[in-house]
Design a binder for this molecule. Structure first.
Ligand SMILES: [Zn+2]
Ligand SMILES: [Zn+2]
Length: 154
């Protein structure tokens, strides 16, 4: 079987590039069914992007799935960075704060003054988003749920 160089159009930059006879042989050998879609520079650029961690928006830790739900305390609409479990209360940021401040905490936090704006949050992703958290009993489970979601997406 004879191979001749062919001219293909890059799907990325629209430029023409040569699909050489040698490359066609290579593709046949690898049993690739499709012609290459991109020129060499575009291809290497894409694989570099794919390989580099921290390039995509997912790596920023912000854009993972936010689930829209309602606060079981005040009923306002809010989002949580994890999948709420059925039947478990989900609190908005405000209610979470309210619940945390007066209730329990028998000397677990050493700070003498109630730090109103510095409530320790279970997730760094929720810094300025309306945070909802699982009731104070199960912060660890909330974390687990959040990481489970990440794994499922990856
Ligand atoms: Zn290209
Ligand atoms: Zn609420």
């Amino acid at each position: 079987m004879e191979f001749v160089d062919r001219l293909l159009t890059c799907a990325d930059c629209g430029g023409e590039f040569i699909f050489t006879a040698g490359e066609q042989l290579f593709f046949l050998d690898k049993q690739f069914k499709n012609d290459p879609k991109r020129c060499k520079p575009c291809k290497s650029r894409r694989s570099a992007q794919a390989a580099a961690p921290g390039g995509g928006p997912a790596a920023a830790g912000i854009s993972r799935t936010e689930t829209r739900t309602e606060c079981s305390e005040c009923g306002i609409s809010t989002t949580v960075p994890f999948k709420p479990t059925q039947g478990r209360p989900v609190l908005c940021r405000q209610c979470f704060k309210n619940k945390r401040a007066p209730v329990t905490a028998p000397g677990m936090e050493a700070s003498p003054t109630p730090a109103v704006d510095a409530v320790p949050l279970p997730s760094p992703a929720a810094v300025d988003a309306p945070l909802a958290a699982v009731a104070e009993r199960a912060p660890a489970q909330a974390e687990m749920a959040a990481s489970a979601t990440q794994v499922a997406q990856a």
